[in-house]
Design a protein around this ligand. Structure first.
Ligand SMILES: [Zn+2]
Ligand SMILES: [Zn+2]
Ligand SMILES: [Zn+2]
Ligand SMILES: [Zn+2]
Length: 219
């Protein structure tokens, strides 16, 4: 058998075999990763690594010490700094100095940990029905959460409730004031438009949108 004649095919076969092995390896890694992501023990061990060494919660705005490479919340470090017992720039865990020069340089902000923490799944603190919430988008969610609490800003009114309840409350309890304020708003807008100084009109427009919102949203 003349091998040299078959060389290109032989070479090709080697390549295919190599590629095949590589693909199998990749598949295996993918499957393992998927299994790990669903594995509670694995998730727990990852979460353990993301815990603040001061408050034992998931590190908020994570900082990483440059000495022992542990994570801390930015607020926990700030609180520690303002306490009397704190020695300036000393690590609270291993006592190494110059570990948290947050103000001087941003070197101890752990961007990687922050990314991981932002991706951790979470639930709405107001127990709304929202799905797919992660820690990174919870603040944004709370600005539009249907269960977010609103307290009435009317003097001596102690109403508090969700957005829909608040809208209803304003219409039912302060409806007449709403009309007065609405009228006053338009008259003032007219005046300021007629007068030379219309500098403040944007402010009234802002209020108009506020009232417009309520008149439209309340059923
Ligand atoms: Zn340390
Ligand atoms: Zn903390
Ligand atoms: Zn919510
Ligand atoms: Zn009220």
């Amino acid at each position: 058998m003349n091998l040299s004649k078959n060389k290109p095919i032989f070479k090709n076969m080697l390549f295919v075999e190599k590629k095949f092995k590589h693909d199998i390896f990749q598949k295996k890694v993918q499957i393992e990763f998927r299994q790990m992501a669903e594995d509670e023990k694995f998730n727990k061990s990852v979460e353990d690594e993301l815990i603040c060494a001061i408050c034992y919660g998931i590190a908020e705005e994570a900082l990483e010490s440059q000495c022992c490479h542990k994570l801390f919340c930015e607020t926990c470090i700030e609180e520690l700094k303002s306490s009397e017992s704190y020695k300036p720039l000393q690590c609270p865990l291993c006592r190494a100095s110059a570990s948290f020069q947050v103000k001087q340089e941003k070197s101890c902000v752990s961007k990687f940990a922050r990314r991981l923490i932002d991706a951790l799944p979470t639930t709405c603190p107001n127990n709304c029905e929202a799905k797919n919430l992660v820690r990174g988008n919870i603040k944004q969610h709370l600005t539009q959460c249907p269960n977010s609490k609103y307290t009435c800003s009317y003097p001596k009114c102690d109403f508090s409730g969700n957005l829909q309840g608040y809208q209803q409350h304003i219409q039912e309890r302060h409806g007449s004031d709403l009309v007065t304020a609405f009228d006053a708003f338009w008259k003032k807008t007219e005046q300021s438009d007629n007068s030379a100084s219309s500098n403040t009109s944007w402010f009234y427009y802002l209020h108009f949108f506020f009232f417009f919102f309520f008149f439209n949203k309340v059923e």
